[in-house]
Design a protein around this ligand. Sequence first.
Ligand code: C2E
Ligand code: MG
Ligand code: MG
Ligand code: MG
Length: 273
Amino acid sequence: EAKSAGRNTLRFFDPAMQSMVAERTELESDLRAGLQRGELMLYYQPVVDADCRVVGAEALLRWQHPVRGMVSPMQFVPLAEQTGLIIPLGEWVLQTACAQLAAWARSPDCAQLTLAVNVSARQFRSPEFVVQVQNAIQQNGADPRLLKLELTESLLLTDSQEAIMKMTALRSLGVRFALDDFGTGYSSLSYLKMLPLQQLKIDQSFVRDVLTDVNDAAIASTVLALGRSLGFDVVAEGVETEGQRQFLLNQGCVFFQGYLFGRPVPVTEFSVG
Ligand code: C2E
Ligand code: MG
Ligand code: MG
Ligand code: MG
């Protein structure tokens, strides 16, 4: 009907919506410039084993904006995905992470640390992805066996043949793969075994209330049992209390990440001691 169509058309000029669009456009051009100006950095959060020894780290992207202050990746990663800026941004992350691995290799305390890097869907689907990873490893002289790429379930479900080919190519170099935020997506169990994965990360939404919510406790225990029977390492994310750690440890969890062990920090503040 003409009247309602007219109303819908008018909604497009809604000032609130218009300012939202303007804000996004500004954020996007800011991000593009920020990448050039060196405003992006990686923070490192420790991953520990059952004895609380640091065995690795996850690289987490930070944007130190001169006016906005620290911008969360939750705000700008999805935007970078939508605009395609994630391709150069993701390449910068891979290069920076591999340079860090190579630097750690020269210090005895850090030489064995693994480094996990988050990969977004559009970045992974790009035809250049495998070459981007290979270049980052080779140009920085990083040990590919210490590099772990974190993928999400939705990313793997969309074109699984293509995903398996890319993962297999990188596996042959020694690169490892983790499934991030596990339990929040829709992976079928048979499908999990088809993928060349080495690790599952229990999403922090299940860890948060693991001591008080019987469903979350059941999910965490099930993921740990699944990991054991399918031969995946399991990392629990978002561990903040000793009680959570004890529960997960009792359920067979061997790797942990969370504020209890350390927040994400600039590399100069990262220590294994
Ligand atoms: P993620 O990969 O699941 O990373 C874990 C998030 O949980 C991080 O948030 C981390 O700071 C936070 N975290 C760790 N321990 C705790 C804890 O004990 N309690 C709580 N409440 N939170 C904890 P962050 O750094 O804000 O990153 C958010 C998300 O942004 C990441 O989730 C990841 O999906 C994305 N991201 C971050 N860096 C990159 C990147 O370089 N590339 C891509 N594509 N995505 C990234
Ligand atoms: Mg992650
Ligand atoms: Mg996660
Ligand atoms: Mg997450």
